[in-house]
Design a binder for this molecule. Sequence first.
Ligand code: SF4
Ligand code: SF4
Ligand code: SF4
Length: 170
Amino acid sequence: MDDIRSPSRRALLFGHVPAASSPAACRPPWSKSEPEFLAACTRCDACVRACPEQVLLRGADGLPRFEAHAGECTFCGDCVAACGNGAFEPARDPPWTLVAGVADTCLSAQGVVCASCREVCPASAIRVPPGARGAATVDPETCTGCGACVVPCPVDAIALHHAPAMEAVA
Ligand code: SF4
Ligand code: SF4
Ligand code: SF4
């Protein structure tokens, strides 16, 4: 997951991140640390094929990556079960350090009523000020990083990032 830039903790706490800090890729949930993952993964595609949501893609380097623009991770664990090479840590909680952040391009920050992200969030982690009086915000303590809110946003204002406070335990 070393190719994901991390916004400041202050930005995450307020659920705001600049659009330019959108992550390029990340590993599946419960993946071991990047060095361990690279050592264990044989690029066999077993996890990619096992994902019922089809949110795991084979990258140009042959490694699996989670793509939130493809849909939502339901944390079913099928990718972990499919791996026979020890690339995952299934007992780890939480399964990854991803959380969602909202860019200033959020329609609600521009005075346009919208709550598409809030309506689809399975964790009820998103708040949208009434009357379009500000951008949507994400509670990083509640957000699971599932990515369900990414596709429904009409202006692509939501991206996933690693939570700085959780990096030490990942
Ligand atoms: S936990 Fe399930 S939905 Fe999420 S990436 Fe793995 S197989 Fe796909
Ligand atoms: S990533 Fe998932 S849990 Fe987090 S705010 Fe978006 S929909 Fe909710
Ligand atoms: S769906 Fe996008 S534009 Fe609408 S409130 Fe959420 S972040 Fe803002």
